[in-house]
Design a protein around this ligand. Structure first.
Ligand code: SF4
Ligand code: SF4
Length: 462
């Protein structure tokens, strides 16, 4: 099966329950953003820009868990910002799993190995020595880190353990050159690969999460899938990047580039995703075949953004993950008060001009699962896709030249560093993680000083 049986049953039960009750709108996936602080400033990320004045604010653990209870989505995608900077990420993960949810931790991968070392320390016994030896041999941990693991973990806090109900969902937008260009930092791709290797050795489930931009080469995406498939990654989510307001402003203000040079229009999305159904045959692409048909231009779908609601420090964000027309105190209040008929694209006409180029998963993937715009045979198509055997790990993947050149000095930031507009961005000015103020806790160093520094800044009074 492409997706584990127990998880499929959980989601199917949830949909059937609401269909029988004729619930007009309900949540499938909660996008939970406990904080917007991030150690990176990726090109195209509106989060750290839209919420740049509140980067030090965080949702309380209780608020996070209550939000998950309130909307009752079977899946929770913990994102941000970088969720591994959230000081109670372990308690949050455990709490969501205790509620019976499927948890995705959407991370840029930089702090994953630290969290997995914590897990190893918390569960250390002599029987783990062969695993530690392998991790040292593969240079995924150092001798010093192995020593620290052997001492155990005594702070009494939980850890993020491998579970069928939890995925690391690692942000990877291409092979090394492209990814480091987009995240505007050298070494991040390599760190993601090492974190994924370590996670697979320790028995975690791992997915990758890719946004496709105008400069992304579709052949490279296929090679990227081959590469990660050969590492036994459990699945991939993929979505087009389009020019929503917050990201658009960043392109202009910080990078001095025109949004249309970077983001996809609808027509370009359809072109880039022309082969998505072939990819879905070869790789474990998460999402429904109906959404894949939509991405490749074979059918229309209506936007069902209410099914993937976003909860953050300001409340329930409407209408969707990308666009903000308001924040509400409760999910049900948002469902009632938002005029959903104002959004999306119907029969080729955008109801809101900001929706014109959007084909993102958070607006349209649920439409495929919920039977919106149902066509005969859709249910069978979705069923067959999910229950078909998982595609075998790619043999070609081991030959892919994933390390195709670091991008520092050539990235999107290089122009901005020299321009008068550099530094206008909130995240950059708050944390100055680029260039001359780097703390040496960069990717792959195993050094957590950068994260610790961010945490200290979060804790300090404003
Ligand atoms: S990792 Fe990149 S995309 Fe994710 S929140 Fe941070 S800056 Fe945004
Ligand atoms: S189409 Fe839907 S998901 Fe896309 S921007 Fe509009 S409201 Fe948001």
């Amino acid at each position: 099966m492409r997706f584990p049986l127990a998880l499929t049953v959980k989601i199917a039960r949830h949909i059937i329950k609401h269909k029988l009750r004729r619930t007009p709108r309900f949540a499938l996936v909660l996008q939970l953003e406990p904080l917007h602080t991030c150690n990176l400033t990726c090109t195209g990320c509106g989060r750290i820009r839209e919420y740049s004045t509140s980067l030090k604010d965080m949702m309380s653990l209780e608020d996070c868990l209550a939000s998950a209870e309130e909307c009752d989505a079977p899946m929770v995608s913990v994102c941000g910002g970088e969720p591994l900077i959230y000081p109670k990420i372990e308690e949050l993960t455990v709490g969501l799993l205790e509620q019976g949810r499927i948890v995705y931790i959407c991370t840029n991968g930089v702090f994953m190995r630290k969290k997995m070392r914590d897990y190893l320390a918390a569960t250390y016994s002599a029987s783990q020595e062969p695993t530690l030896t392998r991790l040292i041999q593969e240079k995924l941990i150092t001798d010093k880190e192995a020593e620290a693991i052997r001492k155990g973990k005594t702070d009494g806090r939980p850890v993020i353990s491998p579970s069928t109900w939890m995925y690391w969902n690692v942000h990877v937008d291409g092979l090394e050159y492209t990814h480091d260009l987009i995240v505007e930092r050298e070494g991040v791709f390599k760190e993601c690969v090492e974190a994924i290797k370590m996670a697979k050795i320790l028995g975690y489930q791992v997915a990758t999460n890719t946004t496709v931009y105008r400069e992304t080469d579709a052949r490279e995406i296929e090679e990227m899938f081959q590469f990660f498939s050969s590492m036994n990654v459990d699945g991939h989510t993929i979505s087009p990047g389009y020019d929503y307001d917050a990201a658009k402003k960043d392109m202009v203000q910080r990078l001095g580039r025109k949004p249309e040079e970077f983001f996809l229009t609808r027509a370009m999305t359809i072109e880039k995703f022309a082969r998505i159904q072939d990819w879905a045959e070869k790789f474990t692409i998460f999402g429904t075949p109906v959404y894949q048909e939509f991405l490749s231009g074979k059918r229309d779908l209506s936007c069902t953004a209410w099914a993937i609601p976003t909860r953050n420090i300001r409340g329930w964000k409407a209408p969707c993950y990308l666009m903000t027309d308001g924040h509400y105190a409760g999910y049900h209040e948002m469902l009632e008060k938002v005029d959903w008929s104002k959004y999306g694209v119907e029969k080729g006409v955008a109801r809101d001009s900001r929706c014109e180029n959007c084909m993102v998963h958070c607006g349209y993937d649920p439409s495929g699962a919920l039977g919106t715009n149902y066509q005969s045979g859709d249910n069978w198509k979705n069923f067959k896709y999910n229950f078909a055997p998982r595609p075998a790990p790619s043999v070609e993947g081991s030959k892919v030249k994933a390390y195709n050149g670091v991008s520092i000095g050539k990235g999107h930031m290089s122009g901005a560093r020299n321009s008068a507009t550099a530094g206008l961005n909130g995240a950059k000015s708050a944390f100055q993680h680029n260039g001359d103020h780097d703390h040496g806790g960069g990717c792959g160093s195993g050094d957590t000083s950068q994260r610790d520094d961010l945490l200290a800044k979060i804790r300090s009074p404003r």
